[in-house]
Write a protein that binds this ligand. Sequence first.
Ligand code: RRO
Length: 300
Amino acid sequence: MTSLEVELFGIKFENPLILASGINDKTPEQWIRAHEEGAGGVVTKSIGIEPRKGYDNPTIVELPYGLINAMGLPNPGWKGFLEMVEGYTFDFPLIVSIFGGTPGEFAFLAEKLSDVADAFELNLSCPHAKGYGMEIGQKPENVYDVVKAVKDATDRPVIAKLTPNTDDIAKLGLAAERAGADGVSAINTLKAMAIDVYARKPILSNKIGGYSGPGVKPIALRAVYDLAKALDIPVIGIGGITTWQDAVEFLLAGASALQVGTAVSLRGWKVFGEISEGIERYLRKEGFSGVKEIIGLALE
Ligand code: RRO
C-alpha cells in the first residue's frame, strides 16, 4: 500500500497537498470544497485585527505563466472570522493565516483564534501591503520577534511564511527556527507589476502586486531547497505547483508538505485529485511505500 499521509508538528494530513492562502480560501465552503476535491488540509486567507475591504478592482492580472494579484488583505477581522466559522466542524487540519503590524498584534490574533486553529501560518511576506507582510518579514530580527511573540501566546504549531523578495531566504528561515517556529512555508508571491500599453498605466489598482503560478516555480523550488538544507524544522513548499511532477520536485527538494493556490484559479479544484493521484502513481512505480521516503532525496 502506498501512503500519501504526512504528519507535521503532531498533525496528520491525509496527503501533503494543502490549499494555500491566497484567492480561493476566504470561506468555509471553499475550504470544505478543497478537502472534498482531495486537499489534505487548508490555510485560510490571512486574518487581521480589523475587517478590511481590500483594494479596488482590478486586483488580478492573468499572464501567460501565472497571475499578479494585489487583493489588499481583504478579510473580516478576527471577530468576523469567529462568527464565520461558528457552527462548523472541519474534518481536516485548518491552518489559520494571520497578519499584523507588530509582534503584539500577531500574538493578540493567535490568542483570540487558538480555539479554532489547528495551527497558525504567520504572513511575514505579502509583497504589497503598507506596514505588513514583507515590510516586516524581510528582516530576520523582525521574523524572530514575531515568531517568538506568537509562540509565547499559543500552544498551537506556528509556521512562518517567508518572502522570496530577499537576498537570502535561509537567513529568514533560521531566524524563525531560532525563535521556536514549528515550520516555515515558502514562498509568498514575488513583487511584480503589469502595464496596459494603451492606457499607459499600471493595470492593478494598487499598481504593484505579487506574482504567482508556474512562472515562479523554479524560484520557489530553489528557495525550498535552500531552506531545507539550512533548517531542521519542516519546510512547506509553495509556488507554482500545478502538476504531480512539480509536487514531486518540491518533495525531493526537501518540502515536507506542499501548498497549492494559483493552480486552483488556473485549472480548477480538480488539481488536488490530479496531483495526488500522480504522486501516488510515481511512488508506486518507483518502488516507494510513502511520501516520507522521498522528502529531501535531491538535497545531497
Ligand atoms: O491579499 C493580498 O493581496 C495578498 C497577500 Br495577504 C499575500 O500574502 N500575498 C499576496 O500575493 N497577496
